[in-house]
Design a protein around this ligand. Sequence first.
Ligand SMILES: Cc1cc2nc3c(=O)[nH]c(=O)nc-3n(C[C@H](O)[C@H](O)[C@H](O)COP(=O)(O)OP(=O)(O)OC[C@H]3O[C@@H](n4cnc5c(N)ncnc54)[C@H](O)[C@@H]3O)c2cc1C
Length: 312
Amino acid sequence: MSTIVYFDALGEAPGAAQRELIAAGLGLGDATVVLGTAPSAAAVSALGALGVARVLAPASDASTSLALAQADALLAAVRELGPRAVLSTATPRETEVLARAAALSESGIITGATALGEDLRVTKSVLAGSGRSQAQATTPTVFITLKSGAQAPAAAPAPAEAQLSSIEVPARSGAVITSRTQRARGGRPEVADASVVVSGGRGTDGDFAAVETLADALGAAVGASRVAADAGWVGHELQVGQTGKTVSPQLYVAAGISGAVQHLAGMRTSGTIVAVNTDEDAPIFEIADLGIVGRLEDVLPQAAAEIERRRA
Ligand SMILES: Cc1cc2nc3c(=O)[nH]c(=O)nc-3n(C[C@H](O)[C@H](O)[C@H](O)COP(=O)(O)OP(=O)(O)OC[C@H]3O[C@@H](n4cnc5c(N)ncnc54)[C@H](O)[C@@H]3O)c2cc1C
């Protein structure tokens, strides 16, 4: 099956969600990676190492820094390659680009899928994670955005020599981005990409030390409830939930988080959910696989110390 895997931009080391999507595209058959901005030579060879043989991108990103122009670039690639499926991650930006390209090519689009079948039938989590639906687009080309963690890890394909070709993008007038600054990243994984997330809520009372200690022992990302982010205890980029990041890690630890429906909407599909809360009636225990009634400042450091002890 001919497939396009689309990314807005690609760094020298593709992130976990991007690697997962590339593996899904290659698993469906003949996959071409299409980028919305010009990649570095190192990014192209990183794609080759992941088994990608063909990469299409605009020659320069000067005119393609907005979603409008990136949708033009994707549309040009779709018209050239005529793929059966166009896959991307479920970030707001990539969803916007795919939605524009799908509309302009009169194709069906399904966003935020939590699983993808070989026949392009997708599963979605609906009603704030309390149900699941299945959907299948009926147009010749199908656009699908997938949440990270949606695909089981695939066997690594054989490395390839990735060939980069340019897409001709029509010039557009309008606004352009004049500069970009990369946000400084700490040593921990990004919350949306991580296979383990430890999140803190109001129960931390603003002190995330215990949450960070356990996250570091597990090699996990730190997440947070909206209350914690709104209070300024952590940055909003760590917020998990309906108005934050949607995550689906193998392990999600919720510490001092009550389990409001808006928080559950962002983490309910996690593989194993562990909750630590002083209130035995907290709603988070209804969806937790393992519930610990206790103070997070007691429980998390003990868990971290035990993990470190066993590792040593
Ligand atoms: C439109 C809308 C969108 C929203 N989007 C989001 C979203 O994206 N993400 C999100 O998280 N929320 C969101 N919310 C807010 C949501 O409704 C809740 O208010 C929020 O999730 C509660 O955060 P919390 O669990 O940290 O705080 P609380 O509900 O106050 O819970 C704190 C918990 O900590 C426990 N606790 C207290 N002390 C300790 C301790 N020492 N050790 C262990 N446990 C302790 C308490 O028993 C309690 O269960 C949204 C709300 C609205 C209206």
